[in-house]
Ligand binder design. Sequence first.
Ligand SMILES: Nc1ncnc2c1ncn2[C@@H]1O[C@H](COP(=O)(O)OP(=O)(O)OP(=O)(O)O)[C@@H](O)[C@H]1O
Ligand SMILES: [Mg+2]
Length: 276
Amino acid sequence: MTVIFQEQEVSPPGSCVDAPTKLQIRDLRVTFSSRGKNFVAVNGIDLEVRDGEFIAIVGPSGSGKSTFLMALDGLTPSSGGEIAVDGKVVTGPGRDRAVVFQDSCLLPWRNVLDNVSFGLEMAGMPKGERYEIARELIGLAGLTQFETFHPKQLSGGMQQRVNIARALAADPQVLLLDEPFSGLDAQTREIMQGELLKIWDERKKTAIFVTHQIDEAVFLADRVIAFSARPARIAGEWSIPFPRPRHLSIKQSPEHRALEDSIWQVVRQEGALAAA
Ligand SMILES: Nc1ncnc2c1ncn2[C@@H]1O[C@H](COP(=O)(O)OP(=O)(O)OP(=O)(O)O)[C@@H](O)[C@H]1O
Ligand SMILES: [Mg+2]
């Protein structure tokens, strides 16, 4: 199998360049068993993520991106290697990490305020305190006027903003996002990309964002990583040089397009290998 490794000769922008390591992944392996047979979904991934860094992961369907993210969250056990947050080895889910999935899974009988503060309520935080935290995040997500609305009264984009606010409520160190905008139309998706960057910039979280949209990956990330066809390895890595804050218009620039092309080549090749 051909491995293409490409690296732009540029430094990642932003304040995270000299930041300490937040997330350390060493030789990570994930194996599933099915009908008495084992198959490897993730095969020896090494990755070091700096505090406050925004990483986007792309790769063919079925390559192991969600599995990788679930292993980082601790929901899927690894079968080899190590994951550490701030030097502390991950052995299961913890409050230092939070996940946002593609499908909004808000509690339908709770309003926005009670959805965002749900995790804090479960942790036993008094109402006044948890509402204060939730209201701040709802404001950051631009939903102050909607805090008494229930999920079915919100658009898909608004629901995903509530999901992001909810994930941030417990003040996690690392935000894991698995195709959070893939159910949205193209225009809402672009708005959400800008909103996410605003929230990320305000809260200075370390983010790992899985997407199939290469332009989204380049626009959002400090670093884009392409996974190989399953079992997932790192097939390519690109530092994204655009300064922040970023405006959507940079997507039209030749530099942005060139990066997209370069990433596409690797993803397409890996996709062809997956289909072979
Ligand atoms: N719980 C599980 N048990 C068995 N096999 C699984 C499980 N979860 C995922 N897999 C398998 O692991 C491989 C990687 O799946 P994964 O969902 O991580 O891919 P992906 O890169 O996220 O794909 P997509 O882009 O389509 O979301 C697939 O072959 C899938 O069938
Ligand atoms: Mg997936």
